[in-house]
Write a protein that binds this ligand. Structure first.
Ligand code: AMP
Ligand code: MG
Length: 496
């Protein structure tokens, strides 16, 4: 049948849609379309996410795609909605939040499983709480680049498909312009979704949500032998494990999230909601990357404890389903061990060690202590150490230290530790674990400044480098260098 002449046009990406989240009861969301974005233009595209979604190579740069991912043209098969959640922000119960500027488009079938798509910055929703529903170009570029960079570093994360920009003015501390990021993940469900229904004592919805998450993402929870067959306790336990593993990867990579509120915690253990995040320059465990975080609640070294605190909020929300508080407690009891095991495993890999040894905790602990005391650049240190081990020449590492006495004392222990290892394997592990390039704040700033002037080549080049962060990229060697002096004055707040 031909579409009638006056039926509204649709964009067709060729996807098969499932939209399972939209099959939950209406208490979970409000159905609404994105607000159109005036005069949209392309800012960036991730071909790797496009491939993940099984998109035809010629479709994404098309005009239909530009308008679909700006919220101007409905995608055939999508079921747009904004979901409601609540959460604890900076340690305090914030009540109802929700997708205040994100529109969930739906869920598509891909060669590697189901993936959901979301537009971020696509206009006001019933959960906007006085906000304008928009995102600025600056923060959208940071989210786009960082999602793809984290994925390339092997850290679980939501992905980004593309950014579109618009001349529409958006007012933050200054006048900026609007942009929309298309995010992709198996699910965008947050701890805060559970907290929402628990706080309102909506037990049916709470159970529906937990069953949904178990059935679609953690089916093994139904068959667990621990927790007396309690699937909800098993869910809490597996989310605890995933979150511990995630924060261990952040700590090992020197990544500071910046806003670890419970509404920014993914039930799948993904890095979610990129705001004032930062990859550390100098190693300062107490570093606070979020200018709005006056108390330093989300300082780098506090992240593991904060994630545990957030898991307890999830545990509290699941408690009515789990029943016995002792079982909920047991589901979370392993967190410290899970975190320290995962962290040690990450640090061993950074040191190239494959054979575990009881002295490794001390070896890593000492190293982090003098790295912190001397404020050594974290990424450069690890990369130089990788090269030093490969070449058996440690002077370039030693040169990073103002006072090398601790390094000189540490190195013989490390070298002795390498004796039982295969040196080629060590070098290979270190090369694949210690990136040359991370998305430092000043690199994001340079990209944003160029993009504001309409030059997206910096973004494209930086994106290509961050998609292969362990390679040399001789044309962009400067991006692996020390940050310039002005980098320390960059101030990133929650405003985005
Ligand atoms: P965030 O700090 O970005 O995680 O946002 C916290 C809450 O505020 C979430 O519910 C967001 O959807 C909402 N929010 C943030 N910025 C805006 C905005 N400009 N317009 C509407 N809602 C927003
Ligand atoms: Mg958020």
């Amino acid at each position: 049948m031909n579409p009638s002449a006056d039926s509204p046009p649709l964009a067709d990406a060729g996807w098969v849609w499932h939209n399972r989240f939209a099959s939950l009861s209406p208490a979970f969301f409000t159905r609404l379309a994105p607000t159109p974005l005036p005069a949209p233009y392309w800012v960036g595209i991730s071909q790797s996410t496009a491939q993940l979604l099984g998109l035809q190579a010629d479709w994404l740069p098309s005009d239909a795609a530009l308008h679909a991912f700006s919220g101007n043209l409905p995608l055939a098969g999508s079921a747009p909605l904004a979901s409601v959640y609540s959460g604890h922000q900076f340690g305090h119960w914030a009540g109802q939040l929700g997708d205040g500027r994100a529109i969930w488009l739906g869920e598509v079938q891909t060669p590697t499983g189901h993936l959901e798509l979301q537009l971020k910055g696509s206009g006001r929703t019933p959960y906007s709480r006085g906000g304008d529903g928009r995102a600025v170009l600056r923060s959208s570029i940071r989210e786009f680049l960082c999602s793809e960079a984290m994925h390339a570093l092997g850290i679980p994360t939501t992905r980004a498909l593309c950014i579109t920009g618009s001349p529409e003015p958006v007012y933050r501390e200054t006048r900026e312009t609007a942009a929309v990021v298309t995010r992709v993940a198996p699910s965008f469900i947050r701890f805060g979704h559970f907290e929402h229904f628990a706080a309102r004592q909506q037990w049916d919805e709470l159970r529906q949500l937990a069953d949904f998450v178990i059935d679609h993402y953690y089916p093994d929870c139904r068959h667990n032998e621990h927790f007396a067959g309690n699937a909800y306790a098993a869910l809490l336990h597996v989310v605890c494990q995933r979150s511990a593993a995630l924060v261990a990867q952040w700590q090992a990579m020197g990544f500071c999230h910046g806003v670890l509120n419970t509404d920014n915690m993914s039930i799948l253990g993904l890095t979610l909601d990129y705001g004032p995040f930062q990859f550390l320059d100098a190693f300062d465990p107490g570093h606070i990357c979020n200018h709005s975080d006056n108390q330093g609640r989300y300082a780098f070294h506090r992240q593991p404890e904060v994630v545990r605190w957030n898991l307890y909020r999830l545990g509290q929300a699941l408690q009515p389903l789990i029943g016995d508080p002792a079982i909920a407690e047991a589901a979370l009891a392993g967190y410290h061990q899970q975190f320290s095991d995962a962290f040690l495993q990450q640090m061993r890999a950074k040191l190239g060690l494959s054979v575990p040894c009881s002295q490794d905790t001390a070896l890593v602990g000492q190293l982090l202590q003098w790295l912190a005391q001397q404020r050594v650049d974290y990424t450069i240190f690890w990369h130089r150490l990788s090269e030093a081990v490969a070449q058996n020449h440690f002077a370039p590492v030693r040169d990073l230290l103002l006072d090398p006495v601790d390094f000189d004392a540490w190195l013989p222990t490390y070298l002795a530790r390498l004796v039982p290892e295969n040196r080629e394997q060590v070098a290979a592990t270190m090369r694949q674990t210690n990136p040359r390039f991370v998305l430092r704040n000043h690199l994001a700033e340079e990209t944003i400044e160029a993009a504001k002037l309409g030059d997206f080549s910096v973004l494209q080049n930086l994106q290509a480098v961050l998609e292969r962060p362990f390679d040399a990229h001789p044309d962009h060697a400067a991006w692996a260098d020390f940050p310039p002096a002005w980098a320390s004055s960059i101030s990133i707040s929650c405003s985005s």
